[in-house]
Design a protein around this ligand. Structure first.
Ligand SMILES: NC(=O)c1ccc[n+]([C@@H]2O[C@H](COP(=O)([O-])OP(=O)(O)OC[C@H]3O[C@@H](n4cnc5c(N)ncnc54)[C@H](O)[C@@H]3O)[C@@H](O)[C@H]2O)c1
Length: 445
C-alpha cells in the first residue's frame, strides 16, 4: 500500500475521522453499472448513502429495493433500502447533506468519435450548486488525463470555494468487470490521485473504509486517469492482435484457439487474449479514443490505438463474410436465409448490449436481406434502427429451422450439445462448442 505520512489540514482531518467512523454521508451520482454496486458497498459498510440519478425509473427502483444490475445481489439492495442506509433521488439539493460524493456518469464518444464529457460537466454543475466546505468529490468515470483538473475543478470552484483548501477533489478510476465471479467492487484494488496531497489522503481514506482491496495512491489525478485508459488500451490492442491472428489463421487453415492454448503454456511473458466478433461494452471500444483525442493536443498521433481499432471494428464484417461462405457451401445465399444468432450481449453472462458487435452483425445481415432470429437469456428484447427484436427460446425446433447458427456470445446458459446436434451449420465465434457435439458444417472463427 502506498501512503505518505504528511500532516493534513484540520478540515481534511475532520472528514477523514467521519469516514473512518462511518458517520459521513456518502453520495453516488449515476446509479448505473458502476454507481449502483458502489452505492451498495458503501451502504453495506455502514455509511448512509444517497444515490443521485436523472432517470426517475432507476431512482424509483432503488427506493423500492428493486435491483437492475447483475453484479448487485438482490437481497443486499432490498436489505439496505429497508434499513434506510441507501436512498435515491433526482434532487441535487440533497448534496447539502453529503460529505463525500463519487461521480459515476457515462463518458461516451460523440458522433465524431470525440469525448462527450457533457454528463460529467452537467453533474459537476449540479454538485457545484450545493458544494459546501469540507466536502470530498471523486470522479470515477473513465476519461482522458486532465479532466479532473482542467474540467471539473474550475466548475466546482465557480462556487467560490477553493480546491484543496475548502473542498477536496480526486480521481479514482472504476475497474468493475461485469459478470466477473472473483473480482468485484469490494475486492478490486483502487487507484487514487488527488489534486493536492490532502485531496489524495481524504479520498484514499474513503475507499479504505469501504473496500477490501489495496488503495494505491498516485501523485496526481492525471496519473490515475491515464493508468485507467492504459489498462483498457492494453486489452484493446491485445484483442486486436488476437483478432488479426484469427483472420490470418483462417487463411492458413490453422485453428487460432488451439494455437493460443499452446502459447498460453508459457508461464511468463505471455497473457492469453482471444478473438471474437468484435469489441463491446461501455469501456474497451471507447476509452482508448479518449486518449487519442487528448494526444492531438500534444501533436501526437496514437497510431497503435487507431490500428487496433480498425482491426477490431472490422470483425463484424469478417464474421458475416464467414457466415456467407459457410452458407454458400450449402448452395444458399445470405438473402432469404434464416440466420440464428446466439447471444446479443457483448460478453458472456451479462445483460449489457451497449456497443455490442452483435448489433453491427445484425445491421450487416439486415442490409443483405437475411432473416434474423436470436436467443439470449439475458436480453429478452431490444430495438435496433427502429426495429424491435424479441428473443426465442433455444430449442431443437428453432435450431432445425435455421439455415445457419452463429454463436456470438458464449453464455453459460446455452446448451451447446443441443446446438451441435440440431443446428444445420454453426459458425462459432467464441470456441463455445469446444467440448460439445459438432454439426456436419462447423467452423470456428
Ligand atoms: N460498465 C463498466 O463495466 C465500467 C467499468 C469501469 C468503468 N466504467 C466507467 O464508469 C462510468 C459509468 O459507466 P456505467 O457503465 O456505470 O454507465 P451507466 O450508463 O450504466 O450509468 C450511468 C448513470 O448515470 C446517470 N446519469 C447521467 N447523467 C447524469 C447526471 N447529470 N446526474 C445524475 N445521473 C446521471 C444515468 O442515468 C445512468 O443511470 C463511465 O465513465 C464508464 O466508462 C464503466
Amino acid at each position: 500500500m502506498t501512503t505518505s505520512t504528511a500532516v493534513v489540514s484540520s478540515l481534511a482531518e475532520q472528514l477523514m475521522q467521519k469516514l473512518e467512523q462511518k458517520t459521513a454521508v456518502i453520495g453516488v451520482v449515476g446509479l448505473g453499472y458502476v454507481g449502483l454496486p458502489l452505492a451498495v458497498e458503501k451502504a453495506k459498510a455502514g455509511f448512509n448513502v444517497i444515490g443521485f440519478d436523472v432517470q426517475a425509473s432507476k431512482v424509483d427502483m432503488v427506493n423500492e429495493g428493486v435491483n437492475y444490475i447483475g453484479d448487485v445481489v438482490d437481497d443486499d439492495l432490498r436489505e439496505i433500502v429497508q434499513k434506510r442506509k441507501l436512498r435515491a433521488t433526482s434532487d441535487y439539493s440533497f448534496i447539502n447533506e453529503v460529505d463525500a460524493v463519487a461521480i459515476c456518469v457515462p463518458t461516451p464518444l460523440d458522433a465524431y468519435q470525440q469525448p462527450d464529457t457533457s454528463y460529467v460537466e452537467s453533474s459537476a454543475r449540479e454538485v457545484a450548486k450545493y458544494l459546501h466546505p469540507g466536502m470530498l468529490i471523486v470522479l470515477e468515470s473513465t476519461t482522458y488525463p486532465g479532466t479532473t483538473e482542467e474540467l471539473l475543478k474550475p466548475i466546482l470552484e465557480e462556487s467560490g470555494l477553493v480546491c484543496g483548501q475548502d473542498f477536496f477533489l480526486a480521481y479514482s478510476p472504476e475497474r468493475v468487470d461485469p459478470g466477473n465471479k472473483h473480482f468485484n467492487t469490494k475486492n478490486t484494488p483502487k487507484v487514487v490521485g488527488g489534486v493536492t496531497p490532502d485531496c489524495t489522503k481524504v479520498a484514499a481514506s474513503m475507499y479504505r473504509s469501504v473496500l477490501e482491496g489495496e488503495v494505491h495512491e498516485v501523485s496526481s489525478p492525471a496519473v490515475a486517469e491515464l493508468e485507467k485508459i492504459y489498462e483498457n488500451t492494453f486489452r484493446h490492442i491485445n484483442i486486436a492482435l488476437a483478432n488479426e491472428m484469427a483472420i490470418l489463421c483462417n487463411k492458413m487453415g490453422i485453428d487460432v484457439w488451439e494455437m493460443i492454448d499452446a502459447a498460453k503454456t508459457k508461464p511468463y511473458g505471455f497473457m492469453a487474449f482471444y478473438p471474437g466478433p468484435g469489441l463491446g461494452g461501455h469501456c474497451i471500444p471507447i476509452d482508448p479514443f479518449y486518449l487519442t483525442w487528448k494526444a492531438r493536443e500534444y501533436n501526437y498521433h496514437t497510431r497503435l490505438i487507431e490500428l487496433a481499432g480498425e482491426i477490431n471494428n472490422s470483425m463484424p464484417e469478417f464474421v458475416t463474410e464467414r457466415a456467407a461462405n459457410l452458407l454458400n457451401k450449402e448452395g444458399k445465399p445470405l438473402r432469404g436465409s434464416t440466420v440464428y444468432l446466439l447471444g446479443v450481449a457483448y460478453k458472456k453472462d451479462i445483460n449489457d448490449i451497449r456497443e455490442s458487435p452483435v448489433l453491427h452483425i445484425i445491421d450487416i445481415l439486415e442490409e443483405k436481406g437475411a432473416n434474423i432470429v436470436y436467443s439470449d437469456p439475458h436480453i429478452p428484447s431490444f430495438k435496433r434502427r427502429g426495429k424491435e427484436y424479441n428473443a426465442v427460446e433455444l430449442a431443437q425446433e428453432q435450431l432445425e429451422k435455421a439455415d445457419i447458427v452463429i454463436v456470438t456470445t458464449d453464455h453459460t446458459a446455452f446448451d451447446y450439445d443441443l446446438i451441435g446436434r440440431f443446428a444445420p451449420a454453426v459458425l462459432d465465434t467464441r470456441n463455445a462448442l469446444k467440448n460439445a457435439a459438432k454439426p456436419k458444417r462447423y467452423e470456428i472463427l
